[in-house]
Design a protein around this ligand. Sequence first.
Ligand SMILES: Cc1ncc(COP(=O)(O)O)c(C=O)c1O
Length: 332
Amino acid sequence: MTLVGRPDVVEQIGQTPLVELGSFSTENVKLYAKLEWHNPFGSVKDRAAYWMIKHAERMGTLKKDKSIIIEPSSGNTGIALAGISSALGYKVEIVIPEKVSEETKNILRNLGAIIHETSDDLCPRVGAGTDQSIALAKAISKPRPDIYYMPNQYDNDANFLSHYESTGPEIWEQTDETVTHFVTGCGTGGTITGTGTFLKEKNRDIRVIAIQAQKNHLLQGLRNFEESAIPELFKRRLGVVDEWMTATNKDSFEAVRQLVEKETMLVGPSSGSVMTSMLKMAHDLDHGIVVGIFADDGRKFRSLYLREKILTAQEYDKALKSAKYLPNVAYL
Ligand SMILES: Cc1ncc(COP(=O)(O)O)c(C=O)c1O
């Protein structure tokens, strides 16, 4: 598909809906989901990708019809960079762990990205000796700095800023300044540090809850911080986190099912991780307005959900047909 000459798509990034999860809220504890798949390329990472590209353009690093953007990604950042770049006139190469879903790889190819696969786990690892995807992206780009630009979402403050300047203010306004808890899964840490820092500047009593994946996980986009070091970007603002929770594959997938059944929503695995963590946390609260990030929808995960027996083919197809809040998108 081609988006060349469609720079207007970037104007659709952000201002995603915040919806109440009515079947999980109680009288005193209200749970809300921020539906990040309403971004034009389907995930929370559109924000970081756009801010990193804008920053590089401002610095004069990117040249139209010459520059190639290369980035290690477990999928969503790659998709966001590929979509935004094709709209703005840059080429993209993505270094991706081979375990990432076929649907994700197909979207990347459809958006014109060249894919390099590594045998990394589901997320590119950070830390000497384990970071195959990051090392390969660096090895390809380093000898040709005149052509290649690697945004490096793990160390690029534009990633943090995207959430400080957009996700945080949106949640503050959408909750009429009443949010009490913010919950999100963590990959680079951009979402939690940017949104969390903004919200705490508005009200320092807001609790910020970080979710990591269990070891050896199937939760695309998330990390386990024992398997993989904490990214530099995250380390610089680790103090914003009040509480850590670990989401298991089992609980996250169970929450994916519950969201199909109770809310007619078809979400990606990391939204399941957020849902199960919000429920555990809400159980101990007397009062609260809890906002969780639902990073992407379930349309990239049919093969995973069937393979892991989360949903049968029939259940998946029914859920897809009836799902609320799924916009038509050009990239699928
Ligand atoms: C599905 C999903 N959830 C959550 C995240 C976490 O985002 P961040 O990198 O801002 O920590 C990502 C990041 O790639 C993701 O793809």
